[in-house]
Design a protein around this ligand. Sequence first.
Ligand SMILES: [Zn+2]
Length: 362
Amino acid sequence: MKANLNLGSVSGIKIKVHWTFIFIILWVVFAELKQGGNTQSVLYNVAFILVVFVCVILHELGHALTAKQFGINTKKITLLPIGGLASLDKIPESPRQELIVTIAGPLVNVAIALLLYFFIQFENYSNLNLDEAFIVLKKLTLQNFIFYLFVVNIGLVIFNVIPAFPMDGGRVLRALLSLRMNRVKATKIAASIGQFIAAFFLLFGLLYNPFLVFIALFIFLGAYGENQMVQHMALLKDHNVKDAMLTNITTLQPETTLDDILKLIISGTETNFIVTKDDAVLGIVYHKTIIEYSSNRNKLAKDIMETDFKTLNTSDNLKSTYASIMGKKQMFFPVLENEKLIGAIDHTNLNEFIMLQTKLVY
Ligand SMILES: [Zn+2]
């Protein structure tokens, strides 16, 4: 089952909705029916939720399209039951840019609220006592629809002001702190405050609202992950691939048999192998493939090697290659110096390097 349903794209940014979103709709339908609703009121409420989530998408587009102005692309915007998520290729490192990109999201909701403001006859709602207000607000009118949408957009702005990094308010806080101190320290502080607030969300969520529990987890893990990432980047920026690579690697010939490769796996700790011939790197034989073909021991390295691969250079900066090495596209990278293979690097190896550096720093 695919996790996300494609809704289309806006200026190259895919808009997707997570399948769990269906639970929100079901929940709205269920809640309405439980309160004695009819078809009309159910449709009214479902329509409302859908329009709210359009506002959420517009909020995320606010971030994404502003980031684009700074040359940062966004692969997709995902709609989750707890809100929207714009997957920017990277977070701007300049505090000024992060500030602008972050504020652009809530500003969209401010704009929507302002627009709706002109369509609301506030005199319909003012001067009402509580009972009257209850009756008026329960009516399925377009006026109420717009009024509620106005309130939700204001709510989204307020929610996003909470400085719970990596939510918008927390990003603003990090950007402001970064103007006064280095970004690593600023992130550490913002992430700690974010996790502290997440703990409150968790507590309130457990007592009153299950959605807050998910949001709390999202903030907690998000703060942890992004703080970790920033700390790592700071450690890596002064190092190149040569500092972290494996140099003790066994290379294979195109004619090496799978039988021999299996012996190498059993007798050593290497799992992926580079196939070379006369100093040229021909391909990579991955552990997964070796296991897959293990019953066919006469196969040769050249038959099972992957020939579509990227190589790295010893002088490549670790910070700029971090995403590739940690990514899922390629698990193992041959490292070249003056066109000659002198080592390899993978994520285990890079993690080990980071761990050692962390030990040295703290
Ligand atoms: Zn936002």
